[in-house]
Write a protein that binds this ligand. Structure first.
Ligand code: ADP
Length: 423
């Protein structure tokens, strides 16, 4: 293994893994810190997906250090701490405390911090993070329920999360290329800085930063910061030109499970229900104990299995509010997620081999219910969403092709497109 990555949430981990695959690596994403040594096969990078974005800082640090230990034991040469491209965090952490702990464990002198992701409109100039045309604190993130971002100056934001000095590599140096970036980092380190926010407004900047950090044990940023890293290993003769990972070759029935209520998922559902047998999971019937899971599975078992099947709970905002008022926001969500997990497990037992799940939390519930502990990352379906091969758990010896997308990802034809790729 060349690159060991620690991601602070699940869909962010997939996004990073997908970027590394596009840059020519073979990648596995593990769900949490793997319980066993090895078992990931012939891979260039492993991305350990944690849930450490909003947990208490001490917990995030402990989980991240456990992930680091596992990656080190597997022989990773360089380490990447991946967080959101909107720098989602609070003054209590967790980007600062986790970076500090990883830096100490690896003996790193100074750590690049660069969440820029220009293709998604996240750019950094003079240390300020822009989302599209506006500053981070004007893009809606200022009212995020868990990590409100009210300051766009990342030098200040990170400075509140760590006692260690934070410096800036300005765009003037970045634009001159890797040597100038390296020189500026050395200068900052000479003045005592331990963290360096690095400006970046284009992919070329991220590639230059990656090149400049070739000798750094630890790098941190969004998935964009990974763009230049595979090339470093290639230059050193450590990463051969590999054939792109192939699509999962899995037969069996195809099912789409949608638990996201986002606009895009609802559009995807509206399109798919016109062409495929469809079943709605109704939260009120679930709450009333009407055997919804059993009925849904019996319905699916009675179909011919030739066409894909759609099972969804997705509803518009007014309907969701109504359900939440009646059942409580958290408990309604958890109840539906649990049901979707049980449905997925039952479908697997019926011989489903290809499964698409819409919704971040819904995906987490399905993966848990199936006991899957890792995903081998395959080709991309739509930006940020790859096909994967599930590893372990209830899948047992049976292969399962899995596409997990967060609510707003993918085009309207995502479900057809995804399953069409495997046909
Ligand atoms: P996204 O990626 O769009 O955020 P998630 O799966 O993460 O999607 O979150 C959607 C949440 O909404 C889940 O907790 C899910 O159980 C819940 N949910 C799904 N359908 C309904 C519904 N009809 N009413 C209320 N909540 C719902």
């Amino acid at each position: 293994m060349l690159l060991g990555c620690i991601a602070d949430d699940f869909t962010g981990a997939t996004d990073l893994a997908n970027t590394l695959v596009k840059e020519g690596m073979h990648v596995v994403q593990s769900i949490g810190v793997p319980a066993t040594k090895g078992g990931m096969g012939d891979v260039d990078a492993v991305v350990v997906a944690l849930k450490s974005r909003t947990t208490p800082a001490a917990e995030a640090v402990a989980d991240s250090l456990a992930a680091l230990e596992w990656l080190k034991a597997e022989g990773a040469r360089q380490f990447l701490f991946k967080y959101c491209s909107t720098f989602d965090s609070t003054d209590a952490g967790n980007i600062g405390p986790v970076s500090d702990a990883l830096m100490d464990a690896l003996g790193a002198e100074i750590v690049v911090a660069c969440p820029a992701f220009p293709v998604n409109g996240r750019t950094i100039y003079k240390g300020h993070l822009f989302v599209g045309d506006v500053l981070l604190n004007e893009c809606g993130m200022e009212s995020h329920p868990l990590t409100p971002m009210t300051d766009a100056n990342l030098v200040r934001v990170l400075g509140r999360q760590t006692r260690r000095p934070v410096g800036l590599v300005p765009w003037g140096a970045v634009a001159k290329g890797a040597d100038a970036i390296r020189a500026t980092l050395a200068e900052l380190a000479g003045k005592g800085a331990r963290h360096a926010i690095v400006d970046a407004v284009a992919d070329a900047d991220l590639r230059a930063i990656g090149e400049a950090a070739a000798d750094h044990k630890l790098i941190s940023g969004g998935s964009g910061i990974a763009l230049g890293l595979p090339e470093n290993f290639r230059r050193q003769g450590l990463l051969g030109s590999r054939p792109a990972p192939s699509l999962p070759t899995v037969g069996g029935r195809a099912v789409v499970i949608a638990g996201s209520c986002s606009n895009m998922t609802r559009a995807q559902v509206a399109r798919a229900e016109k062409i495929w047998p469809t079943r709605v999971v109704d939260p009120r019937e679930l709450a009333a104990g009407h055997g919804v899971v059993e009925d849904t599975l019996a319905w699916a078992a009675g179909l011919d299995g030739k066409t894909p099947v759609l099972i969804y709970s997705s509803a518009d905002p007014a309907a969701v509010r109504g359900v939440q008022d009646e059942l409580g926001r958290e408990s309604a969500g958890a109840m539906i997620e649990h049901a979707m997990g049980r449905i997925a497990k039952g479908l697997l037992d019926q011989g489903v081999g290809r499964l698409v799940v819409a919704g971040g939390e819904t995906s987490g519930a399905v993966v848990n219910a199936l006991g899957i502990y890792a995903l081998r990352i395959g080709p991309e379906i739509d930006p940020g969403v790859p096909w994967t091969d599930a590893v372990g758990g209830a899948v047992g010896g049976k292969p399962l092709a899995l596409a997990l997308k967060s609510g707003n990802f993918g085009g309207e034809d995502f479900f057809e497109k995804a399953l069409g790729m495997l046909a």
